[in-house]
Write a protein that binds this ligand. Structure first.
Ligand code: ZN
Length: 203
């Protein structure tokens, strides 16, 4: 589920839709949690799908550490990538605002964490745009992303958390452990799928 203070906006025909903040969302706010309604597609199921379904999955879902494609039932699937994203996935599964997001600002995400199988051309326009988002970005940038995630995680207890009820109990206790001892931090690299291309999809 995506943060409730967001709305879907049609940006243009090239980019399509994007998600915008309808209220101030402070740094440290959990902006997405995988909830029980999310669609999960296994690599085996993927192998039996025809191209239109595969295209939909490719466009609207992310690959988790097990190699499953996760598609949001709500507007969460419309969050666009930015090389200077204001939200980011964490090793704890949920996504977090890594800086303050102003009302009317677009929520953006780092797709390099989504276990891409192919390069993705990027037109995000950020000052640090990588121009191409690549599968190996995860290996090359995870420590840069960790450095942005850690300060945001530290502010979790101090901001409103409308999605906190969706965070699983064992993850909540991992966060408490981290907050009392930063050395117990779980890197975003925990989301890395280690068996890319195990199931070959015919297109
Ligand atoms: Zn970019």
């Amino acid at each position: 589920m995506i943060h409730p203070n967001t709305k879907l906006v049609h940006i243009n025909d090239v980019v399509g839709y994007g998600l915008y903040a309808t209220a101030f969302i402070p740094k440290g706010t959990i902006t997405y949690v995988k909830d029980p309604l999310e669609l999960e597609v296994s690599p085996t199921q993927m192998a039996s799908f025809d191209k239109p379904l595969l295209d939909a999955i490719e466009k609207y879902s992310y690959k988790d550490e097990r190699g499953y494609m996760i598609m949001s039932w709500d507007m969460g699937k419309y969050v666009n990538h930015s090389c200077d994203a204001n939200t980011m996935s964490t090793g704890y599964g949920f996504e977090i605002a890594i800086r303050d997001i102003q009302i009317g600002e677009q929520l953006t995400d780092e797709y390099g964490i989504f276990n891409l199988e192919e390069d993705m051309i990027c037109y995000c326009g950020a000052h640090n745009c990588r121009k191409s988002i690549q599968p190996e970005d995860f290996d090359n940038y995870y420590s840069v992303w960790d450095a942005k995630i850690i300060p945001a995680l530290k502010t979790i207890p101090f901001v409103e958390q409308p999605l906190f009820y969706l965070v699983e109990i064992d993850i909540k206790s991992e966060i408490e452990t981290f907050l009392s001892n930063i050395k117990k931090y779980k890197s975003v690299y925990a989301l890395r799928h280690k068996h890319i291309n195990k199931v070959k999809i015919e297109k």
